[in-house]
Ligand binder design. Structure first.
Ligand SMILES: Nc1nc2c(ncn2[C@@H]2O[C@H](COP(=O)(O)OP(=O)(O)O)[C@@H](O)[C@H]2O)c(=O)[nH]1
Ligand SMILES: Nc1ncnc2c1ncn2[C@@H]1O[C@H](COP(=O)(O)OP(=O)(O)O)[C@@H](O)[C@H]1O
Length: 217
């Protein structure tokens, strides 16, 4: 295999991208996110702040920054979020600091956020954003997954099911829609999207100089 020379890879340096995964609750975005992060050290999770209680197995600072409503409101006032929204009667927001600096340095970020956050990020940073929406194979399977996960009460599951149809109605605000039936197949498709998006001409900031060099008489 031909390895790029250091000069070539310098010239082909690119800006980072914002890879957004959304879905109705229970369709599998946390599972796919973890698989992506485990398999791809170049991808970093944008860790959101939330006021919702921590679930068993979640780690503060890794899955979310768990904050009080007062702390969250102070962050909103100080304009520390790139976007924020109310979801299931809790507040969720994407902290600004790490993402903006990282993108400039070519860092790719993964966002597990809802359609409201996706719209806000797209309005602000359209060219950096890649929007992927996951669908469950059926509504019955979605209910089975939410119940099987065992992290939410029957009441919370009912509220999430209630909201699922409204969330699904935002499917057309995304660049890619993938049905998460078989987990490995879904993961493979999401990986293909990420890999292809990384190669897009518009992201290769050094490409013009590199091509000029190739074309020099
Ligand atoms: N807008 C926005 N939505 C978020 C953020 N973080 C998480 N969410 C969304 O909030 C919803 C609830 O997330 P969570 O409580 O972890 O439950 P989940 O549905 O099992 O992922 C999901 O749709 C997440 O994608 C954020 O920073 N901003
Ligand atoms: N393709 C799949 N087939 C079967 N179960 C799945 C699949 N994808 C995810 N799950 C399971 O469904 C439940 C909900 O998935 P999760 O990733 O937590 O969803 P979300 O983050 O979208 O709420 C979890 O128990 C997960 O293990």
């Amino acid at each position: 295999m031909v390895q790029p020379t250091p000069q070539m890879s310098d010239a082909l340096h690119r800006r980072g991208l914002m890879f957004i995964l959304s879905s109705p609750s229970g369709a599998g975005k946390t599972t796919i996110s973890r698989m992506l992060l485990d398999g791809d050290p170049a991808l970093r999770l944008s860790v959101s702040a939330t006021t919702r209680p921590m679930r068993p197995g979640e780690v503060d600072g890794k899955d979310y920054h768990f904050v009080t409503q007062e702390q969250f409101d102070r962050m909103v006032e100080a304009e520390q979020f790139l976007e924020w929204a109310h979801v299931f009667s809790h507040s969720y927001g994407t902290p600004k600091a790490q993402v903006k600096a990282g993108l400039r340095e070519g860092q790719d970020f993964l966002f597990d956020i809802d359609w409201q956050g996706t719209q806000q990020l797209y309005q602000k940073l359209e060219t950096d954003v890649v929007r992927v929406f996951l669908l469950p194979p059926s509504i019955d399977e979605l209910r089975r997954r939410l119940t099987g996960r065992g992290t939410d009460s029957a009441e919370v599951i009912a509220a999430r099911m209630e909201r699922a149809r409204a969330e699904i109605s935002h499917w057309d605000g995304y660049d890619y829609v993938v049905v998460n039936d078989d987990i490995d197949e879904c993961f493979a498709k999401v990986c293909e999207i990420l890999h292809a998006e990384r190669m897009k001409r518009a992201r290769q900031t050094g490409l013009i100089g590199f091509v000029r060099e190739l074309m020099r008489p």
